[in-house]
Design a protein around this ligand. Structure first.
Ligand SMILES: Cc1cc2nc3c(=O)[nH]c(=O)nc-3n(C[C@H](O)[C@H](O)[C@H](O)COP(=O)(O)OP(=O)(O)OC[C@H]3O[C@@H](n4cnc5c(N)ncnc54)[C@H](O)[C@@H]3O)c2cc1C
Length: 274
């Protein structure tokens, strides 16, 4: 199994060919088309950080005064009224636009409802699989540690909203697409009580915004993570810590995520919205 990357970070990114995929995710069945499906062996960064596996430590801020406070929104505004903060971090998720506006910054982040379905596994198997994404349809699948399958699909035509009830249209979207790569799921009923929806903080190009805008150079934005914010959290936290502690991010090139890219019209739009 060729290891592509990541070893220095406490995880390994592995390329699986057909036999490896079927061994890792037997439920995929024989309809796997190797060139069109990628298995995200992906708890990667999270696992690396949560287990403390190898990521080098970020140097601490040079004194507590340097990092006066890193909170979002009204809390920050309330404290700013009485405190001098050298840095303020907007990490307000789907409320990021409103929080940014409090300091006169335009942050193009909108809340968009995303739904998850749950299908109990009648076999009772607790065997885990990596999160599997069918890039043909956008349907993705993972196994719950307690058993059963979590299935997601993000319809690119969904409009911004703060609605968090499960969208009935989501099940129709799934029904049309799920058989493409996961035909075994066509016969498994969903458990409505365990289906749920929440809000993605979406940006126009479906990439996060990390860094300070030119008009507010100490108002760091750490927002717009869409459906990747948990997976990106360790890296985002490191980036913000370095910006505060060092005044620059040494670990990552944050240029593609800079807040000014929208005004500059310099976007690389992600088409796989998961
Ligand atoms: C159904 C669903 C499934 C998902 N699945 C995955 C997944 O498998 N993997 C993954 O990586 N990501 C997933 N995500 C996305 C992930 O949840 C988000 O990207 C992530 O939560 C964003 O993190 P955040 O810290 O930027 O924002 P949030 O987690 O939304 O946190 C923002 C915080 O700011 C607070 N806040 C807001 N306004 C103010 C204010 N004015 N004052 C003070 N505090 C304020 C909020 O209360 C909140 O606690 C999923 C999301 C949904 C909805």
């Amino acid at each position: 199994m060729p290891v592509l990357a990541g070893q220095g970070w406490g995880f390994a990114l592995v390329l699986l060919r057909t036999a490896g995929m079927l061994a890792t995710v037997p439920v995929l069945g024989a309809r796997v088309v190797p060139a069109r499906i990628r298995l995200a062996l992906a708890l990667l960064l999270s696992v690396a950080v949560f287990t403390g596996a190898g990521a080098p430590a970020v140097p601490p801020p040079d004194g507590l005064g340097r990092l006066a406070l890193a909170v979002a929104g009204e809390t920050a505004m309330g404290m700013l009224a009485g405190l001098a903060a050298r840095w303020v971090v907007n990490a307000a998720g789907s409320d990021a636009r409103e929080v940014a506006a409090m300091l006169g910054v335009d942050a193009p982040v909108d809340p968009v409802r995303r739904n998850l379905a749950f299908a109990p596994d009648p076999s009772g198997s607790l065997q885990l699989i990596p999160m599997c994404v069918d890039l043909d349809t956008g349907v993705l699948l993972r196994k719950e540690a307690s058993g059963g399958y979590v299935i997601a699909y993000s319809n690119p035509n969904d409009v911004p909203s703060r609605e968090t009830s499960v969208d009935p249209a989501f099940f129709e979207d799934l029904a049309e697409r799920i058989g493409n790569r996961f035909p075994f799921l066509e016969d498994l009923p969903f458990d409505p009580g365990q289906c749920w929806a929440g809000l993605y903080p979406e940006t126009p190009d479906h990439h996060a915004i990390v860094g300070a805008p030119p008009e507010a150079p100490r108002f760091l934005q750490c927002i717009g993570f869409g459906g990747h914010g948990i997976m990106h959290a360790p890296a985002a936290g490191r980036a913000i810590a370095e910006l505060v502690a060092l005044g620059r991010c040494e670990t990552f090139d944050l240029h593609p995520l800079r807040p000014s890219r929208f005004a500059e019209g310099d976007l690389v739009v992600e088409t796989a919205v998961l």
